[in-house]
Design a protein around this ligand. Structure first.
Ligand code: NOJ
Ligand code: NOJ
Length: 573
């Protein structure tokens, strides 16, 4: 029987079939190991977390090079989001005890005065604490403003389930005060700079902005459900502002989300893939505004991200350009050797499995000019259009994408040591585990990718139907007059235009970009009024007879001042 199926499907499908069965067996052996790996790292009874108070998640039991025996708000919240998803989908009641302990631990941690401040002066942005719930006072990249957003999302998910199961009183009296502290912090601070999720760059960060947006939406819905109406309009207003700002990270050429507004890197980063999976909403279709996994922007971004690792890691050598590879945090990474990470490689697969779920639900998939490059990896002759599930194009693409996704899990599987332990990284040269052993987040990432592969989706969070106006970043508030000058040699017929991330810079739309003046050739100039105190990205483009040539990456970036005038003197790149 098996031989018959293989020969009937042909060689290529046979290798996809073999890979899929490899992944099937990895999923069945690794699932219990990953689940046990998570539980071992949660106090007070976890076997590898001695000294951690009840509900406290250690990042890893590693105490030297690196020392990860601390509790990070980000890691803990992402891990408990997965346990809450399990519990609310009918998981074991022992999880409920842990979840309640997590809530208590985080409520305590919120109140701990730390180097970022007190609970009311910024302390909620502190990224990590001692495992006995006291402050970590050493130097660190702080604040990290994704923590309160991720924590409130985890607890709100639990709260929604409790309400649906008749325990609104507990939500109102116990959970809401904890959630509200975090959401007020998000609403008040989303526009301030933050260290990114990798704790390295102090600027604005796509992942942070996106999870803040999600938290505010969920918070406003929960507040409405339990009658806490005084916060609703404030959270909604800020959510809309955050969603608008989220659009500004887009880098239209070659089509990816620039992870951080600062940092001086390419901007290509797993930050964005993690955003896509952790803000997935199965009811939001392939919406690009919220960067859903199957949106054209998220797929284009995924290709740019994956491709950035093809030539830099030895473990990827010899792998065909449309096959899965090992991926890490970002191509310029040097931390602990700058290796691929299990959780980032699994995230690629998870985004693709999420996309497959939505295409199946909607019975079609759409290829746009933005996502064409991603899809052409699987069919070079593909053209833009919508392909119904009854078409052979749909079957060809979805079969190939499932196999591509499995390839990323297989990559993690290949470099999982016997015994199944998941460290933080695996070596770029030979795939052996590197850095922190038994990383809780690595185990959680295995659990979430396995769930997505099995078609399991987390609860919806209200992403459906959200829109922003194309001019949303040109608010009616104070503006600054900014003079742009770029030194660029052109030939007759070529003109230089300016486009960028805000409405006043045409929101990256090349057809309405601003024509610059060549009065001081070779310097081209224009002056634009831009919103004050705003992080802005822009590029100069050259247009010749309708043909657009972009400046090379990364986007140019700057932040406008509070008032007055600014001048930018650039040279074409
Ligand atoms: C420790 C952080 O956890 C890690 O993300 C970072 O890369 C290194 N410090 C270097 O800054
Ligand atoms: C380093 C990672 O960059 C960061 O995201 C994480 O929170 C810590 N390690 C702890 O796992």
């Amino acid at each position: 029987m098996r031989r018959f199926i293989v020969s009937a499907l042909g060689l290529c499908a046979a290798s996809a079939w073999a890979q899929s069965s490899t992944v099937d067996s990895y999923v069945s052996t690794e699932s219990p190991i990953a689940q046990a790996g998570v539980l071992a790292n949660i106090g007070a009874n976890g076997s590898k977390s001695s000294g951690a108070l009840p509900g406290v998640v250690i990042a890893s039991p590693s105490t030297t090079n690196p020392d990860y025996l601390y509790t990070w708000v980000r890691d803990s919240s992402l891990v408990f989001k997965e346990l809450i998803d399990q519990y609310t989908a009918g998981g074991s009641s022992s999880l409920r005890t842990l979840i309640d302990e997590f809530v208590t631990a985080e409520a305590n941690i919120q109140q701990v005065t730390n180097p970022s401040g007190t609970v009311s002066t910024g302390g909620l942005g502190e990224p990590k604490f001692m495992i006995n719930e006291t402050a970590f006072t050493g130097a660190w990249g702080r604040p990290q403003r994704d923590g309160p957003a991720l924590r409130s999302t985890a607890i709100i998910t639990y709260a929604n389930w409790l309400i649906a199961n008749g325990n609104t009183t507990y939500v109102t009296n116990t959970l809401w005060p904890i959630i509200k502290l975090d959401l007020d912090y998000v609403a008040n601070n989303w526009n301030a700079t933050t260290f990114d999720l990798w704790e390295e760059i102090d600027s604005s960060s796509f992942f942070t902005t996106a999870v803040q947006h999600r938290a505010l939406r969920q918070g406003s819905a929960l507040a409405t459900a339990i009658g806490q109406t005084s916060v609703v309009s404030g959270y909604n207003t800020q959510a809309q502002n955050v969603l608008c700002f989220l659009q500004s990270y887009w880098n239209p050429s070659p089509g990816f989300m620039t992870a951080n507004t600062g940092g001086g890197r390419s901007g290509i980063d797993a930050n964005t893939v993690l955003t896509s999976i952790h803000t997935f909403d199965v009811n939001a279709g392939c919406d690009a505004t919220t960067f859903q996994p199957c949106s054209d922007k998220a797929l284009s971004n995924l290709k740019t991200y994956v491709d950035s690792f093809r030539t830099i890691y030895t473990v990827n050598s010899g792998i065909a350009a449309n096959q899965a590879v090992a991926t890490g945090r970002y191509p310029e990474d040097v931390y602990q050797g700058g290796n691929p990470w299990y959780l980032t490689t699994f995230a690629v697969a998870e985004q693709l499995y999420d996309a497959l779920i939505v295409w199946k639900n909607q019975g079609s998939l759409t290829v746009t000019s933005t996502s064409l490059g991603f899809f052409q990896q699987f069919d070079t002759s593909l053209t833009i259009g919508t392909y119904a599930s009854s078409t052979s194009t749909y079957s060809t693409l979805t079969t190939a994408i499932k196999s591509f996704a499995d390839g990323f899990v297989a990559m993690g599987a290949k470099y999982t040591p016997s015994g199944g332990g998941l460290a933080e990284q695996y070596s770029r040269s030979d795939g052996t585990p590197v850095s922190a052993v038994d990383l809780t987040w690595s185990y959680a990432s295995a659990l979430t990718v396995f769930a997505a592969r099995a078609g399991v989706t987390p609860a919806s969070w209200g992403a459906n139907g959200l829109t922003v106006s194309s001019s949303c970043l040109t608010n009616n508030g104070p503006t600054v007059s900014v003079e742009f000058n770029v030194d660029v040699t052109t030939v007759l017929g070529e003109n230089i235009y300016l486009t960028g991330s805000v409405g006043a810079l045409s929101n990256w739309d090349t057809s309405t970009a601003i024509l610059m003046s060549s009065a001081n050739y070779p310097v081209w100039s224009t002056t634009v009024n831009l919103p004050a105190n705003t992080a802005i990205q822009y590029k100069y483009i050259q247009i010749n007879n309708g043909a657009v040539t972009w400046e090379s990456d990364p986007n140019n970036a700057f932040t406008t001042g509070a008032s007055g005038a600014q001048t930018l003197n650039d040279t074409w790149r």
